[in-house]
Design a protein around this ligand. Structure first.
Ligand SMILES: *[C@@H]1O[C@H](CO)[C@@H](O)[C@H](O)[C@H]1NC(C)=O
Ligand SMILES: *[C@@H]1O[C@H](CO)[C@@H](O)[C@H](O)[C@H]1NC(C)=O
Ligand SMILES: *[C@@H]1O[C@H](CO)[C@@H](O)[C@H](O)[C@H]1NC(C)=O
Ligand SMILES: *[C@@H]1O[C@H](CO)[C@@H](O)[C@H](O)[C@H]1NC(C)=O
Ligand SMILES: *[C@@H]1O[C@H](CO)[C@@H](O)[C@H](O)[C@H]1NC(C)=O
Ligand SMILES: *[C@@H]1O[C@H](CO)[C@@H](O)[C@H](O)[C@H]1NC(C)=O
Ligand SMILES: *[C@@H]1O[C@H](CO)[C@@H](O)[C@H](O)[C@H]1NC(C)=O
Length: 921
């Protein structure tokens, strides 16, 4: 009996094994020779959730539910809620796997943890993690290490070991959990690992103090926390990229030939070759214009659905109309990206995403007007226009030709509509193709996205007098005729030809003519006079109204109550500024800042100014704006663009700044068309120091802190002497000095945006520090914050740098010109300063003051070494060329001369900060 049971058990085990192997490849050839292609039907029995974490094929649980053993996942029900692991049972999936959004998700968010008990006499502990299969590589990794008195090394290769961080012992009673909250080196330390394909991680914990001390430590007290007894590693953040490993096949084309193993089975799917890690692999994606799961038959569905699933959809938000393809509810829009949120119908508040206010949608022109002043971070369907805040949108990232091939997903459904390409007009990516949209053909008007949306225009009605005679509308056009008979004329009011009255006698005619003519002339003149006056009156009233609305009185008060400010800041009249800009002539446009249009103007006293017309400001923001003007008018810092005043007589207040002639740092660094002026390394250091000084002043010196919020190289302007002037405070926020952070809508510019701020929405001074770190990189690497590498792929400068910085000598990364001019030590210092500014956690970044000090110290050292090398001073002249006229306390010469320190190797930046603190100023 027992024997039989044993046999049965064995049989079951074998069966399970066989089933598992067969199930391992759902696409594999089955015994019969039949091929099972994964489809909704074959996957119907497969679980799709574990707790509240979702997953989808090729990942799966159970026979036939996953592609190959790499993709088998494990749901552990022993915890509440259940936890989902990859096939190693060790790497946990912390976010689900979803294909419902356009496939741009960089990978799977995962975590692992290790905990090792300490053994007395053992001073070295090894910890490792290995990717759960060839299909995976880790990309962005941040880990927390806990323990007591250890150095932690990353064993990169067999023979290369890098110190990651070190932990000291905390005071007693500090538990592991508490230490982990701050993770600042006491009981816990934290480190980021470079982006790139990592398929295993090995660490070594090495005890720092001698064995004797170690033993003394283990003896002593007993009420210590677990920190003294074990070391551990916890994942704070980690991304796993995955792909389908190519078996022997060289590329996608070869892989596609084997129908039984090819993974991209859905129609409208494509395959892209990847070389993430050690194993060449490919990724399946739904083609442009399609969304869904490319690994399942019929998985890729058109991203655009021309038939709204719901009827009776609401089509307006207060006074804003929301025409199809946009919608306010699920099922009312043609695609997910066109779903808007009417958060307040009474006040017509229409939102896209969580921080963009939409003020108008125009289907005819393909425009969506945005009224917030945030830098819009939109998906691939939108392109920002250079001249306005409007967004041009496309319905799908396809060409017209591609779109017309699949008529079920083609957006231009109305008769008499046509397809049209949308190009981006953004300054730096202009004329890149975005996608297609629809429009009614000439002679028709309406909504091309709905059946019969394009209706004939009755030109005779809409443009009376278009013919100057009888007009006849046709579908899609019109034609003109003449009145029959010479004596008839066309009466536009009656819309018919009428017999002309009999001609009166000549003399009578002349008399009447003269009289009437004179009368009309008189009447006309007086009307004109009156109208002019009346218009003037109306305009005056309008201006007064805006002035009051814009709280001119309040501002007048604010400014006059401050004696210092009154002679500097002025309230300009609109007339004055119109004169200065030749009525805001288009030729006077200097550029478009993130928050408005900037004009060049010449005031009556010959001062050259830049006048900024801001984007629409909500009434609720006017008060803040006034405050800001009041504060900025009091700021007098040589490296901050001077605000001369403002004009409140327009709907949106105008700001009048000092004109800074030499453009922005961005233009000089990145624009090939700039005057050919190349910044020397000395200039770079000086400009960085000046900008850092200005930001540090804003953060701390004024009575309230000002956070700039949009620090970038295009907001650092250069005057005639190439002195830096920080500008564009459109996004700035004032924060009273006891407030350390404020919650705001996230604003800023892609490539410069502080990730912590982006995730939490909590603004603090360190967000500016992060952005400044990116500016330092631009100076060091001479690359744009988002740049296209030689291989054609787009990179984020900061992550590119952080990765390269950890893996390569910095000299190889810096720009050629910088390598030639700067010493290795300088390059290293700037790089580590930038690295500190770019720390993920704000609190780990230096303050702007510290950054300024570090930069000043570098300049002082540079100056000293010049001085030493060229005692007779010839070269030195060149060095301080640009600073000659300068007499402020920031000047190079003064700092340079007053430093009196033995030259020494810099060990750490902290030391640098300390030493720079000694520089008398
Ligand atoms: C393939 O499978 C189908 C049903 O799934 C079956 O009817 C057919 O006979 C099979 N073909 C072979 C060659 O086994
Ligand atoms: C890691 O450390 C940071 C502080 O540096 C802390 O906020 C985070 O919660 C820690 N994460 C884990 C998983 O312990
Ligand atoms: C196709 O792929 C399967 C599974 O990887 C393999 O067994 C088979 O030999 C391949 N067929 C060809 C023609 O290469
Ligand atoms: C719309 O916005 C409101 C308030 O911000 C939010 O509660 C709601 O979830 C949003 N609705 C959708 C569909 O995003
Ligand atoms: C929205 O409208 C209500 C009146 O319906 C008003 O009380 C409220 O202040 C408005 N909210 C905003 C943010 O303008
Ligand atoms: C408008 O559409 C109708 C119906 O499809 C068609 O007969 C007509 O030719 C179209 N007119 C133009 C100008 O395209
Ligand atoms: C749009 O951009 C493409 C290049 O991507 C260019 O060939 C085409 O002429 C542009 N179209 C317009 C209208 O500018």
């Amino acid at each position: 009996m027992g024997f039989l049971a044993h046999d049965a058990a064995l049989l079951i085990v074998v069966l399970i094994l066989v089933l598992r192997c067969a199930g391992g490849g759902a696409a594999a050839v089955q015994a019969s020779g039949n091929v099972t292609i994964p489809s909704t039907a074959t996957l119907a029995h497969c679980p799709k959730m574990c707790g509240d974490i979702i997953f989808d094929y090729p990942f799966g649980i159970g026979t036939g539910c996953f592609r190959d053993p790499d993709f088998e996942v494990i749901c552990n029900h022993s915890t509440q809620p259940p936890r989902l692991f990859l096939n190693d049972g060790d790497t946990e999936l912390v976010d689900g796997i979803s294909f419902s959004l356009p496939a741009n998700s960089p990978g799977l968010a995962v975590a692992f943890s290790r905990s090792i008990p300490m053994i007395s006499d053992v001073d070295v502990y090894n910890v490792s993690w290995t990717a759960p299969g060839r299909s995976f590589v880790a990309s962005q990794i941040q880990l927390n290490f806990t323990g007591c008195d250890f150095d932690i090394y990353w064993l990169r290769d067999i023979d290369s070991r890098a110190l990651v961080c070190a932990v000291t012992c905390p005071s007693e009673g500090i538990t592991e959990t508490i230490a982990r909250q701050s993770c600042d080196g006491i009981g816990c330390c934290s480190s980021t690992f470079p982006t790139g394909g990592i398929s295993s991680l090995k660490f070594q914990f090495v005890r720092r103090n001698s064995k004797v001390e170690g033993q003394a430590r283990t003896e002593g007290k007993t009420n210590r926390s677990s920190l003294w007894d074990r070391i551990s590693v916890e994942t704070d953040f980690m991304l796993l990229s995955w792909g389908v490993v190519l078996d022997q096949q060289p590329d996608c084309a070869a892989a596609a030939k084997n129908k039984t193993s090819y993974a991209c089975v859905s129609e409208h799917s494509t395959c892209t070759y990847e070389l993430n890690g050690i194993y060449p692999s490919y990724m399946c994606k739904c083609r442009d214009g399609y969304n869904g799961n490319p690994h399942v038959l019929g998985g890729c569905l058109p991203g655009y659905n021309p038939n709204p699933q719901k009827v009776n959809c609401s089509r307006s938000c207060g006074s804003i109309s929301v025409p199809f393809p946009f919608g306010l509810e699920e099922g009312c829009s043609a695609r997910e990206e066109f779903l808007l949120n009417c958060t307040d119908a009474v006040n017509s508040t229409l939102m896209y995403g969580w921080d963009q206010y939409v003020s108008e949608i125009n289907v005819g022109k393909g425009i969506m007007a945005i009224s917030s002043d945030a830098f819009p971070v939109f998906g691939t369907l939108y392109a920002q226009s250079t001249a306005t805040q409007d967004l041009h949108w496309a319905v799908a990232n396809q060409s017209c030709q591609q779109a017309q091939q699949d008529i079920s997903a083609y957006a231009c459904v109305s008769a008499n509509s046509t397809c049209l390409g949308v190009n981006s007009t953004e300054k730096f990516v202009s004329n890149t193709y975005v996608g297609y949209r629809c429009k009614c053909v000439d002679g028709f008007d309406g909504n091309p996205y709905i059946l019969n949306g394009c209706q004939d225009i009755d030109e005779c009605e809409t443009t009376p007098g278009i013919c100057g005679g009888p007009c006849h509308n046709t579908v899609g056009g019109y034609y003109c005729t003449k009145c029959p008979g010479k004596t008839q004329y066309y009466d536009t009011t009656k819309k018919q030809c009428t017999q002309a009255k009999r001609q009166p006698s000549l003399l009578f005619g002349i008399v009447i003519g003269f009289g009437a003519g004179f009368g009309i002339l008189l009447l006309g003149l007086s009307t004109l006079l009156f109208a002019n006056r009346w218009r003037g009156e109306v305009e005056k009233k309008q201006r007064r109204k805006y002035f009051l609305e814009n709280q001119g009185l309040l501002l007048e008060q604010l400014i006059s109550s401050d004696e210092n400010a009154s002679d500097k800041t002025k309230i300009f009249s609109l007339q004055e500024l119109e004169k200065a800009t030749n009525n805001f002539d288009n030729t006077r446009i200097l550029g478009r800042g993130g928050h408005g249009m900037v004009y060049k103007g010449i005031l009556s006293d010959q001062r050259v100014v830049a006048i900024k017309k801001s984007m629409i400001i909500k009434q609720s923001e006017i008060n803040e704006f006034i405050n800001e003007v009041a504060i900025l008018s009091q700021i007098n810092h040589r490296n901050i663009v001077k605000l001369f005043g403002c004009c409140l007589e327009t709907k949106v207040p105008l700001l009048v700044y000092d004109f800074v002639p030499n453009g922005s740092l961005y233009q000089i660094l990145h624009s090939a068309t700039s005057s050919g002026f190349l910044l020397s390394w000395d200039d770079c250091l000086r400009i960085a120091t000046e900008a850092a000084g200005a930001l540090s002043y804003l953060h701390s010196s004024a009575s309230v802190s000002v956070f700039h919020r949009d620090v970038k190289s295009s907001n650092i302007l250069l005057d005639a002497n190439y002195t830096a002037k920080v500008s564009d405070f459109g996004a700035s926020r004032l924060v009273s000095i006891d407030q350390t952070h404020v919650s705001t809508l996230v604003q800023g510019t892609l490539g410069y945006l502080d990730p912590e701020y982006y995730h939490t929405g909590q603004l603090n001074e360190k967000s500016d520090v992060y952005s400044f770190g990116v500016v330092l990189l631009e100076l060091l690497l001479r690359r744009e914050p988002i740049f296209t590498s030689e291989s054609g792929s787009k990179h984020n400068l900061s992550s590119y740098f952080l990765w390269e910085f950890k893996t390569r000598p910095i000299k190889e990364i810096a720009a050629t010109q910088v390598r030639e001019e700067a010493s290795e030590e300088e390059i290293k210092s700037v790089a580590s300063l930038a690295e500190m500014c770019l720390r993920l956690r704000g609190e780990e970044r230096p303050t702007m003051k510290e950054v300024e000090m570090a930069l000043q110290t570098m300049r002082a050292k540079r100056f000293k070494s010049y001085q030493a090398a060229h005692e007779n001073g010839k070269e030195m002249h060149g060095l301080i060329r640009l600073r000659a006229k300068d007499s402020s306390d920031h000047s190079f010469a003064q700092v340079g001369y007053s430093v009196d320190q033995p030259s020494q190797r810099w060990c750490s930046l902290e030391q640098e900060f300390i030493s720079s603190g000694e520089v008398p100023r």
